[in-house]
Design a protein around this ligand. Sequence first.
Ligand code: C5P
Length: 225
Amino acid sequence: SATASLAGLRVLISAGPTYEDIDPVRFIGNRSSGKMGFSIAAAAARRGADVVLVAGPVSLPSPEAVTRINVRSAADMHAAVMAQLPADVYIGAAAVADFTPREASASKIKKRPGSDTLTLELVRTPDILAEVAAHASQRPRLVVGFAAETDNVEGYARGKLDNKRLDMIAANRVGVAGSGFECDDNALSVFWGDGERALGPAAKTELADLLLDLVLERLADTTPA
Ligand code: C5P
């Protein structure tokens, strides 16, 4: 049920976008609102879990009884998440930048007379989720990822489930009206080893509880009696 207790579980959640600085006034960001991850954090705390929320730059209020760590870049988020292990459950709901400028300019980049182009060199960021799932000594019992897919939702989501060695992945059904980024509602297709479940469309607050029910089910199924 939506009220089954999570007492005794330490749940680590990442949420929101990351900002990758280009210079002192500019950055590369994305449209993640953080609402899904914050809703999961709020619901988990309400149900008695010990919750740490690593939050990218969003203007959302902190959920009650949640330890919140604010970060800006993918590198910051990576360091904060790793420092908060061990945890029983990791839920990677953040929209982490895949690339960051090789070097942020110390001064504001100026337009150059006669030059109509500017080249920024970007380098890959660490895949936080994959690293948590591959952790040699502190792998959480359950590692859950998110995927925003427009097409071939199951194929791409299951690809990430396997490649990143996750226990479960929740794909935003972004095609569905009223779901996804910058929105209070969402619809998820959740996949694990030999199962799947469609959640919603529903308010992100309601989806959070449905997802946590699934987390409890998967923990029960993967924990030796
Ligand atoms: O590979 P893709 O970015 O589509 O995977 C999305 C999932 O991976 C999300 O759970 C996201 O939080 C996580 N991720 C991450 N670190 C990255 C990129 C994605 O933790 N650098």
